[in-house]
Design a protein around this ligand. Structure first.
Ligand code: AP5
Ligand code: MG
Length: 224
């Protein structure tokens, strides 16, 4: 019998470490990592119809419509490379998306394991966002203050240049935070009521946070 695909959500404010942590967990499990933000930035880079429609929305730190997001997520869920499941990063981020995800997982008889809430207060996030540097092709994430590359502005593995995200400015961060706090309590309640909520202190170091996530996931039947 083939195993049920597993879905785990990494949730939290901009810069809390969703991408950093989902990458580390994905390296240990046979489950792929999908960042909704990267998926949408990919549409923009490829100048697809969706990409042209959402370019400004992302740059301004506003939410893309539930309809577009659900469409690209559904496509990913049906892709061969995600047949064992997905570690979601940045999706869902509205109550409506949360409910759509539950429906989609039920439709394909998958296992919605849990939502990992990486809890970081707003005042800690500024340095993380403004210090972030990314290697676009691989998705490797650095930080000039907390996790610097070996050579300034160069990827450790390929030596290629690192980039800054257009939405990583002080002004846009404030908007992203406001949008996050509009629905965070409702979303957390939704998963709490399903007994699927994992609360993680995201102010610890990247490695300590990783250990805490691993330990909590084992309680939900995930074996490392
Ligand atoms: P998205 O790409 O998801 O951005 P975000 O939610 O704002 O989150 P970030 O990627 O900024 O942060 P992260 O939590 O991944 O942190 P990271 O690991 O990089 O979305 C972008 C946009 O796309 C949205 O604004 C919206 O327009 C659109 N969008 C996406 N999904 C959508 C959806 N579902 N619906 C509608 N619209 C959607 O870490 C950050 C930095 O901190 C790094 O430099 C890292 O090295 C450092 N760091 C990480 N952990 C630690 C630690 N423990 N200690 C010290 N430093 C750390
Ligand atoms: Mg991210």
């Amino acid at each position: 019998m083939t195993e049920q695909p597993k879905y785990i959500i990494f949730y939290g404010p901009p810069g809390c470490g969703k991408g950093s942590q989902a990458r580390k967990i994905s390296a240990l499990l046979n489950i792929g990592h999908q960042s909704s933000g990267s998926l949408l930035r990919g549409e923009i880079a490829n100048e697809t119809e969706i990409g042209l429609n959402i370019k400004e929305t992302l740059e301004e730190g506003k939410l893309v419509s539930n309809e577009i997001v659900n469409k690209v997520i559904k496509r990913a869920m049906l892709a061969e490379k995600f047949k064992t499941g997905i570690l979601f990063d940045g999706y869902p981020r509205t109550l409506l998306q949360s409910k759509s995800l539950t429906e989609m997982v039920n439709e394909i008889e998958g296992n919605l394991v849990s939502l990992i809430w990486i809890d970081v207060p707003d005042n800690v996030l500024k340095k993380r966002i403004l210090g972030r540097r990314t290697h676009r092709k691989s998705g490797r994430i650095y930080n000039i203050y907390f996790n610097p590359p070996k050579v300034e502005m160069k990827d450790d593995i390929t030596g290629e240049p690192l980039t800054l995200r257009k939405d990583d400015t002080k002004e846009v961060l404030n908007r992203r935070l406001n949008i996050y706090h509009k629905e965070d309590n409702e979303i957390l309640d939704y998963y709490r009521q399903m007994n699927k909520l994992i609360h993680i202190d995201g102010t610890l170091s990247i490695d300590e946070t990783h250990k805490a996530i691993k330990s909590e996931l084992t309680k939900f039947g995930i074996e490392f």
